[in-house]
Design a protein around this ligand. Structure first.
Ligand code: HEC
Ligand code: HEC
Ligand code: HEC
Ligand code: HEC
Length: 423
């Protein structure tokens, strides 16, 4: 079997090492690590730990009871402070290891060591372990009974769209039940890209966009809620505001020539950061232009443009845009948690109970850890081409729901019976 082949590591090979002699295994491993860091590997005929083959990674599955006892001793000395006395962690960002697939644990330790899974805490914790010690400690954790599942999330499954709809209940009184305003001076929220709405809410909350009513409304919204609300409005069927528009729309159309570059020829913006104007309430449009002009709404681009407009032209522009047909932005309807789970389970097993020794089980894992890791995959901070591909279209809300879902699934330990390779 191919393993890490530096002489120092081989010196730490398991033969004759019994529980209680872990320290010598580690000391030998420490030599190997030092040799690497001093650039000695060239002299040792080796540049880097070689890439492990799948067969190498299966090592922990061949562990016997002595190996597992040795792994326990390593765990107690070097891992229990963070991962808990029986592999069940009590620290939010630290995963439970009990009952996790042993080959997966081993392969992740190798990934930390090679730098492929950057995490300073873990890199430091295992630097001095030999390959045998890592395999044994993986086998030990894999042999432990898994943690009990967390309580099922109280709210049941709440998708981003449904959560957004619920959170938008307090907005309907002013903005209209489905985001189409019936009140002059209050904008419609339909037909806008989520990105624009989320930014606007953030600005009201921070006070950089001044409006007392909206500051109060936006204050309690966290980032996830704001994006859920924005998604809800983006998925509504848009229609023109049913409010009066007193200006001259033909004159407005002529005056709108310089606006088309950003707001679109038909008032539908092609840039998610620029609002669409089509079908918007006319009084709100006039007020907004006035606010840019007098500086109460701060935006350099729009101030420069509004400076040249008199009150009548503003009204005409407003009438023109209010009369155009709004359009639903191009937003994909998000998957429900059940739909996500169906995809995840294809690899991670039913309810996250993986039966592939190299595929992590997700069942009963700590929700806070799952959430952290999924966000790391989303941000590309934890490198896994497979998992990064899975993250396409996943919202923060989905991450939260999936973490809670898998944390509440009952974990089943899996015993692998290695079959000797055919001769
Ligand atoms: C100082 C605290 C600390 C110590 C000590 C520690 N770990 Fe960890 N461990 C962590 C943290 C934090 C993570 C999650 C890091 C991340 O997100 O990549 C982790 C992750 C892991 C993982 C990845 C699990 C998974 O589900 O992907 C393995 C395997 C692991 N540790 C094994 C060990 C072993 C074996 C030891 C003892 C030799 C050990 N750790 C010691 C903090 C620690
Ligand atoms: C009491 C009435 C009222 C309520 C309730 C209210 N709004 Fe508003 N909202 C307004 C007014 C008035 C404006 C225009 C403010 C301005 O001129 O900046 C506005 C502006 C906005 C804008 C900016 C739109 C744009 O095109 O720039 C967004 C986004 C928004 N509101 C979202 C919400 C959300 C989400 C809620 C519920 C959590 C909500 N509002 C509740 C009155 C209200
Ligand atoms: C160079 C690009 C650009 C041009 C040209 C431009 N705008 Fe804008 N406009 C923006 C951006 C970006 C915003 C969002 C600014 C903010 O966040 O306050 C905006 C905001 C607005 C708003 C506020 C909409 C809302 O929902 O709150 C109105 C009204 C508006 N523009 C009208 C116009 C008119 C009328 C013209 C032509 C006279 C024009 N704009 C030309 C980029 C442009
Ligand atoms: C095509 C197979 C595949 C699918 C589908 C898949 N995963 Fe994974 N997942 C993997 C692999 C492989 C890893 C190990 C990555 C590594 O080595 O870091 C992994 C790792 C993870 C981890 C890290 C576990 C730990 O203990 O650190 C989490 C959490 C996770 N996946 C969640 C999910 C979720 C949620 C979904 C569904 C949205 C999903 N996966 C879909 C293959 C898959």
């Amino acid at each position: 079997m191919k393993t890490l082949t530096s002489p120092a590591r081989q010196a730490g090979a398991r033969s004759g090492v019994r529980p209680g002699r872990t320290a010598s295994v580690l000391a030998a491993g420490a030599l190997a690590a030092l040799a690497w860091s001093f650039g000695a590997p060239a002299a040792l005929g080796q540049q880097k730990p070689p890439q492990a083959s799948t067969a190498d990674l299966m090592r922990p599955l061949y562990a016997n009871s002595m190996d597992i006892a040795e792994g326990k001793s390593v765990a107690q000395h070097f891992c229990a402070d963070c991962h808990g006395s029986a592999g069940i962690s009590t620290i939010a960002g630290v995963p439970d290891l009990a009952g996790q697939r042993a080959a997966y644990l081993y392969s992740e330790m190798r990934a930390y060591l090679s730098g492929a899974r950057g995490d300073d805490t873990m890199n430091g914790a295992i630097t001095y372990l030999s390959a045998d010690a890592m395999s044994n400690v993986a086998a030990y954790y894999g042999s432990l009974p898994p943690p009990p599942p967390a309580a099922a999330p109280k709210t049941g499954e709440v998708g981003a769209e449904a959560a957004g709809k619920a959170a938008a209940a307090t907005c309907g009184g002013c903005h209209g039940a489905t985001g189409i305003t019936a009140t002059a001076g209050v904008p419609s929220l339909v037909g806008q890209e989520p990105k624009y709405l989320v930014t606007a809410l953030g600005e009201y909350k921070a006070g950089t966009r001044k409006n007392d009513t909206m500051k109060m409304m936006a204050a309690p919204l966290d980032g996830v809620t704001a994006s859920n609300i924005a998604l809800h409005y983006a998925l509504q069927k848009p229609a023109k505001a049913s409010t009066p528009s007193p200006g001259n729309s033909a004159a407005g159309q002529t005056a709108s020539a310089p606006c088309a570059a950003c707001h679109g020829a038909q008032g539908i913006s092609g840039n998610p950061a620029t609002p669409s104007l089509a079908g918007q309430d006319a009084k709100y449009l006039t007020d907004a232009l006035q606010a840019y002009k007098d500086g109460t709404r701060e935006n350099t681009t729009m101030k420069a443009l509004a400076d040249g407009l008199d009150e009548a032209t503003m009204k005409n522009l407003a009438a023109y845009y209010a009369g155009l047909q709004p359009q639903q932005p191009n937003v994909r309807k998000p998957l429900s948690t059940a739909e996500w789970v169906e995809r995840c389970d294809r690899c991670h097993g039913p309810g996250g109970n993986s039966s592939d020794p190299l595929m992590p089980a997700l069942s009963s894992q700590r929700a806070a850890y799952l959430e952290k890791v999924l966000n790391a995959f989303r941000a590309g901070k934890r490198n896994s081409p497979v998992m990064s591909a899975m993250m396409d279209g996943m919202t923060e809300n989905d991450v939260r729901n999936l973490a809670e879902y898998y944390a509440s699934q009952k974990a089943r330990a899996v015993v692998y019976v290695p079959v000797p390779p055919a001769k």
